[in-house]
Design a protein around this ligand. Structure first.
Ligand SMILES: [Fe+2]
Length: 218
């Protein structure tokens, strides 16, 4: 069966709510490096998805929405758009072929370092990007830079404001009870790693709705 690229129209209104105004065309006018990284990341995830789930989904349903959100946040918080864009594209690359017992943020740092060096990015930028990738999950420590906070927040928001939980649940091969339990935990973790209090407030109605759907009205 031929894979048809889905439209992610649902994102438009949800993203608008978060980033307050639409990124203009010039916000997306990135240089060749970002375009190159986009291609690398898409190819890597599509290959991995086909191998595990028979259809590519990770790039289109997660990386791309997270990327769009991060560009909006970079504009809103006056952050370095290039650092944010490259970091969000690469943030989950460590998930691909991850060895058992290893952390995807650390594996992502290793893989990204190689990609960025091969591309010829300078050491200062590489260091800033690797910080964003290492702490995007806020697993053991919150990110320190504004770009890192944006990548972490955009990752969390991309789960909350898109159909991601449904798609991820469907691909998890868990039974329904376990999927709901897992999603409930994941939802709380995502909400808690939003790095900006005002965004937490803005997103609260959607978060509450997910909570009610998953846990009932208690
Ligand atoms: Fe992610």
């Amino acid at each position: 069966m031929k894979y048809k690229k889905p439209k992610i129209f649902i994102l438009e209104s949800n993203i608008k709510q978060i980033i307050r105004d639409n990124p203009s065309k010039s916000d997306y006018k990135m240089d060749n490096i970002i375009e190159k990284i986009k291609k690398i990341v898409k190819i890597e995830f599509d290959k991995a998805d086909i191998k595990f789930h028979k259809e590519p989904y990770y790039y289109i349903y997660h990386i791309l929405p997270a990327y769009n959100i991060s560009i909006g946040l970079a504009k809103r918080y006056n952050a370095n758009k290039e650092i944010v864009a490259i970091s969000i594209l690469l943030h989950d690359i460590g998930l691909i072929n991850l060895d058992k017992g290893k952390e995807h943020d650390e594996a992502g740092v290793k893989k990204s370092k190689k990609i960025l060096k091969d591309i010829g990015l300078n050491d200062k930028k590489i260091k800033e990007i690797l910080h964003c990738i290492r702490y995007h999950d806020a697993r053991d420590k919150n990110p320190l830079s504004i770009e890192g906070k944006i990548v972490c927040t955009a990752d969390a928001l991309s789960h909350i404001v898109t159909p991601w939980y449904i798609i991820k649940g469907r691909n998890s091969r868990k039974n329904n009870k376990d999927i709901i339990k897992w999603l409930s935990k994941k939802l709380n973790k995502d909400f808690n790693r939003i790095q900006f209090e005002e965004i937490k407030e803005e997103i609260n109605p959607i978060y509450k709705n997910w909570k009610i759907i998953l846990n009932g009205n208690n």
